[in-house]
Ligand binder design. Structure first.
Ligand SMILES: NC(=O)c1ccc[n+]([C@@H]2O[C@H](COP(=O)([O-])OP(=O)(O)OC[C@H]3O[C@@H](n4cnc5c(N)ncnc54)[C@H](O)[C@@H]3O)[C@@H](O)[C@H]2O)c1
Length: 490
């Protein structure tokens, strides 16, 4: 039997079972829905609604692009009591919606759409002007597929933005345009913003706002993901605009995060890249485990039980390259094992080269200052230890010395005379003249250097901000003189 969309009760997220059933809103509000404009509640047709008793603001929302994201969003917004106008260029999708059925296969979605169409909360149109006039907020959920070279095709979003702008031009309508489609940072700010401004004929940020609100749902669990998102992320620096978007989510239980548009866009890519990375990591560990005659499922099951270091924020902050006596050696051993058996563990193979790339970036930062007299704070792989084995800062120091830099190092945990065993052997190989480079007093370092390199948290205990006034590179955060350096786009 052909399995139809949502016929598996395990998969489905039913209209009735949803936490935020619209009837619960109606029950606590004795009034029928009253859609209220921003300037007062006196329109009979739906516009922006305030249900003052339970503090719910109901809005008129136009959703551009009734595909997977658009339909789930429409269902969620309608379900929360907003009035939704679905817009698409695909007439078949609109007529399916008008008949009360979902044009995309998503478990449970049909029920939501049918109910909302019946309740008059979901309408459709292909007429952009009509949609814009009948709404206060536009959510853009059109596709942003890959171009043949891997770039983002922005044709559809550009078209929608331009047509919304044209519909708004010559009006005095207040409006918020929300980008939910996935776009690389910069596209909204550098392409779509100017396009919208041109089409409206006035600058953004006054009566019309443009922001982003990335979507994190997954197909097949779309409704549940919509209702229980990891967070609600809005990219805007305008409080009013942020408020307007957050109101769309009513009482959805999720952390609200408002940040700038570029950060919001990047978060979406970081999340998807992280998911993809996790899948490949688990698969490669599975492959190596299998080769060892071990059940990879059992391995990863135990790995996932560690919420201190594995499934946790640990190791998930951009900083300097990793090092120390364990990580590099153990990754190297795993990679060698896999390579000798041709397991094709491309992700694991890339870890050490990626780490080295980070170190090279640090060296470039130093080179770019043009200074030759360098002061390095921190030498061991992290503050609080004298373990120098495979410390990236030792490699950095060794490379700088090889390139003729005049280097001094301050690390109170490292005493050249106290190093022993493999730690001493490592230093003898890489920094044989360590004793001559180390200084006991950070002031000596400040006097010597034209550029200060902060390698570890040792720097937090020396007052370099008030004592050193030349160039400072914080390798821990990839900051130069306290700021992120933007590389020119090649
Ligand atoms: N599918 C997912 O699971 C998912 C999850 C999160 C984010 N996203 C992102 O959301 C966006 C939409 O993804 P999707 O899977 O819903 O896409 P989709 O292809 O299913 O839907 C896009 C819809 O936009 C319509 N459209 C195209 N041009 C239009 C125009 N000018 N005016 C109105 N409608 C137009 C298409 O006809 C189509 O119905 C993408 O940027 C995607 O990366 C998708």
């Amino acid at each position: 039997m052909r399995r139809t969309c949502g016929d598996d009760p395990e998969d489905s997220y039913s209209y009735e079972s949803s936490l935020k059933h619209i009837k619960s809103i109606l029950n606590v509000c004795p009034l029928p829905f009253m859609w209220e404009t921003a300037d007062g509640c006196n329109k009979s047709e739906p516009c922006c609604v305030s249900l003052a008793e339970n503090n719910r603001i109901m809005k008129r929302v136009a959703i551009f692009g009734m595909g997977y994201v658009g339909c789930v969003t429409a269902a969620g917004m309608g379900h929360a009591g907003h009035h939704v106008i679905g817009v698409d260029i695909d007439a078949e999708k609109l007529s399916a919606l008008d008949r009360g059925s979902s044009p995309v296969c998503e478990p449970g979605l049909d029920d939501f759409i049918r109910q909302e169409v019946e309740d008059g909360l979901l309408e459709t149109t292909s007429d952009v002007e009509q949609a814009v006039q009948g709404s206060d907020v536009a959510l853009i959920t059109v596709g942003t597929p890959s171009s043949p070279n891997g770039g983002v095709v922005t044709q559809s979003v550009e078209r929608v933005i331009e047509s919304i702008g044209q519909a708004l031009s010559g009006t005095d309508q207040d409006y918020v345009v929300v980008m939910r489609s996935t776009l690389l940072p910069g596209i909204l700010e550098e392409t779509l913003g100017p396009l919208l401004e041109n089409a409206i004929g006035e600058p953004l940020g006054h009566r019309v706002h443009l922001c982003n609100n990335p979507e994190f749902l997954r197909e097949t669990t779309g409704l549940r993901d919509y209702d229980e998102p990891p967070f609600i992320l809005v990219g805007t620096t305008n409080d009013e605009c942020a408020q307007a978007v957050l109101e769309l989510y009513g009482d959805t239980e999720a952390e609200r995060i408002v940040t700038d548009t570029r950060t919001a866009a990047m978060v979406k890519y970081a999340c998807n890249a992280f998911h993809a990375l996790k899948v490949n990591f688990a698969n490669e560990i599975g492959r190596v485990s299998q080769e060892c005659g071990i059940d990879g499922q059992a391995v990863m099951d135990i790995v996932c039980r560690d919420h201190q270091l594995n499934i946790s924020p640990a190791y998930l902050r951009p900083g300097f390259a990793f090092g120390g006596s364990c990580l590099p050696k153990d990754v190297r051993a795993l990679v060698r094992f896999a390579q000798r058996r041709a397991l094709g563990t491309e992700l694991l193979n890339a870890i050490l080269p990626s780490n080295d790339e980070h170190l090279q970036r640090g060296l470039k930062r130093i080179r770019d200052t043009g200074h030759r007299k360098v002061g390095l704070i921190g030498l061991s792989f992290k503050a609080g230890t004298d373990d120098l084995r495979e410390s990236p800062l030792v490699i950095l120091a060794e490379t700088m010395l090889g390139q003729g830099y005049d280097l001094k190092i301050y690390d109170p945990y490292v005493r050249a005379t106290s190093l022993k065993g493999t730690n001493l052997a490592y230093v003898d190989r890489h920094l044989p003249h360590l004793a001559a480079l180390l200084v006991d007093d950070p002031d000596v370092l400040f006097d010597h250097a034209d550029v200060l390199l902060i390698g570890t948290d040792v720097a937090d205990d020396v007052d370099h901000q008030n004592k050193f006034y030349k160039d400072t590179i914080d390798l821990r955060r990839d900051l130069v003189n306290g700021r992120h350096v933007t590389e020119p786009i090649k």
